[in-house]
Design a protein around this ligand. Structure first.
Ligand SMILES: [Fe+2]
Ligand SMILES: [Fe+2]
Length: 169
């Protein structure tokens, strides 16, 4: 059975994953209004990923005889200056999430919860991908100065992104 401390920490992280979903949906809405449907698609896929992260934690807490308690989700930012502004913010957000996942892992180790440790391994690896995918786009946007033909080409590229659900276990 999951300890009270770890259950509380997992519940907190479920809230942060749902906030991530909400933040990325807000970013998708911004790109829709800016007429950049490829960028919108990138974030709509990211929305699905964040929901999948939350559900992976939801399932784990329940499987371990714990209880999921949901709290209010913080309102996301709604005003953005540019595509670069959005991706720099998304990159910073993923760095923050990495630190939260690391703290959760630290607690699992402290509590000697090996099942949680193995479960969290997936998230540790996923964060490497999350940070790198945001950073790659930040760099591309800087290369093209966030405008013109380059921006439309990147929009076309991001339109191709599709959601791949994470493995069940
Ligand atoms: Fe996430
Ligand atoms: Fe991912």
């Amino acid at each position: 059975m999951i300890s009270q401390k770890l259950q509380d920490a997992y519940n907190q992280q479920i809230n942060r994953e749902l906030f991530s979903e909400y933040l990325y949906l807000s970013m998708a809405a911004y790109f829709n209004s800016a007429g950049l449907k490829g960028f919108e698609n990138f974030f709509l896929v990211q929305v699905q990923e964040e929901r999948a992260h939350a559900m992976k934690m939801y399932e784990f807490v329940n499987e371990r005889g714990g209880r999921v308690y949901l709290k209010a989700i913080e309102a996301p930012k709604t005003d953005f200056k540019s595509a670069l502004d959005v991706f720099e913010m998304a990159h910073d957000h993923e760095k923050l999430v990495t630190s939260l996942i690391n703290a959760l892992m630290d607690l699992a180790i402290k509590e000697n919860d090996h099942a949680a440790r193995i479960h969290l391994n997936w998230f540790v690896e996923e964060q490497v991908e999350e940070e790198s995918s945001m950073e790659t786009i930040v760099n591309k946007l800087k290369l093209i100065n966030g405008e013109g033909h380059g921006l439309l080409m990147l929009d076309n590229e991001l339109a191709q992104r599709v959601f791949t659900p994470p493995p069940a276990k």
